[in-house]
Write a protein that binds this ligand. Structure first.
Ligand SMILES: C[S@@+](CC[C@H](N)C(=O)[O-])C[C@H]1O[C@@H](n2cnc3c(N)ncnc32)[C@H](O)[C@@H]1O
Length: 322
């Protein structure tokens, strides 16, 4: 796979974002994208196999069952871009179906280098595929993919695994509008959305018994220690997951177990934590199947078809750019 590497200074951006997030007057927070360094991407892959985290299996069941129908509904000839591909394991079903129809270019867009490497290892054996990875933020990568568009080709963008849920609802619609503005009428977006379910089931999914999600979350502090020279004592923070009923989301936090001060040299700050104070690290918003068409329309798409997994309520939505 040809990989276009990231041109910006990631560590510098990380230092600035840590400074901005940990000096907020009220709730301290860190952007969830920093969860995905090499260690975080490997841990996320394990999470996707956990019995409590049914989301990835639901997404995979829908893609396996409906791959041919999805591909039949996407106008061709087409190139496929995937935003935040991760390992790309479940994308195989779609790509095999696309490649049965025509030789297909696949462009995974990822900020995690190790996820891109996993993705190539996972998918490069598919017949008639060419893979070019972009180690980029979602929209920067998609802009470059669009610049590669061959004359007469449509783009099909995949945004799977309910990663849209990491944005709050307003930011999610803004993000989908930004995606739409890079596309042309008739292009498509396959959007995976996790649906609302009982709170106890959600808490188990984001705070598993083995502690893999806790390790995934705590790795953010370990990453700051590795890359920013900070002195977070991981034994003095615990992972917590809680449902936010107004936002219809599950939030992950890192809670300080005592009063403490952390030095973060690269961000040029010392941060005070009270006992019980938290850093908010990720939100995963949940949806009702009925609201997706409205969200799609506000972003400049129409929802052409929706497939729902009943075992773990999850919707795969095929949106067409208007
Ligand atoms: C929740 S995981 C989902 C992975 C995969 N799509 C799946 O469904 O299992 C989100 C993925 O998006 C990537 N990611 C997160 N923020 C990103 C950003 N701003 N730009 C590009 N990739 C990002 C992460 O590295 C991670 O692999």
């Amino acid at each position: 796979m040809l990989v276009h590497a990231i041109p910006t200074n990631v560590t510098y951006d990380f230092a600035l974002d840590v400074r901005a997030g940990l000096t907020q007057p009220d709730q301290k927070e860190l952007p969830s994208k920093y969860l995905y360094d090499d260690v975080g991407s490997a841990l996320f892959e394990v999470i996707s196999h956990l019995p409590e985290y049914g989301l990835t299996r639901a997404d995979e069941r829908l893609l396996r069952r409906h791959a041919s129908e999805i591909v039949d509904r996407v106008a061709g000839p087409v190139s496929v871009a995937e935003l935040g591909s991760g390992s790309g394991r479940k994308t195989r079903y779609l790509l095999e179906a696309f490649c049965r129809r025509q030789r297909t270019s696949y462009y995974p867009v990822e900020i995690s280098h190790s996820a891109l490497v996993m993705c190539e290892r996972e998918l490069s054996d598919i017949e008639s595929i060419s893979i070019v990875g972009f180690e980029r933020e979602y929209l920067d990568g998609l802009l470059e993919v669009a610049a590669y568009r061959k004359p007469g080709h449509h783009l099909c963008v995949l945004f799977l695994g309910s990663t849209i849920g990491n944005f709050d609802r307003t930011a999610g619609i803004r993000f989908l509008s930004d995606v739409r503005n890079i596309l042309k009428p008739g292009d498509s977006l396959l959007l995976g959305t996790d649906l609302e379910k009982p709170h106890s089931q959600l808490i188990r999914a984001y705070d598993d018994e083995l502690g893999v999600t806790a390790a995934f979350n705590l790795n953010l502090l370990a990453r700051a220690n590795r890359e920013l020279g900070s002195d977070f004592d991981l034994s003095k923070f615990v992972h917590t997951a809680k449902v936010n009923p107004e936002a219809r989301s599950v939030e992950m936090h890192l809670e300080s177990t005592c009063r403490q001060t952390v030095d973060i040299p690269a961000s040029e700050i010392k941060v005070e934590f009270a006992a019980g104070e938290t850093i908010w690290t990720e939100s995963s918003h949940k949806y009702s199947a009925d609201e997706i068409d409205g969200i799609a329309r506000r972003a400049g798409f129409r929802c052409e078809v929706q497939w729902i997994d009943e075992q773990w309520p999850f919707a795969e939505n095929l949106l067409i750019a208007e």
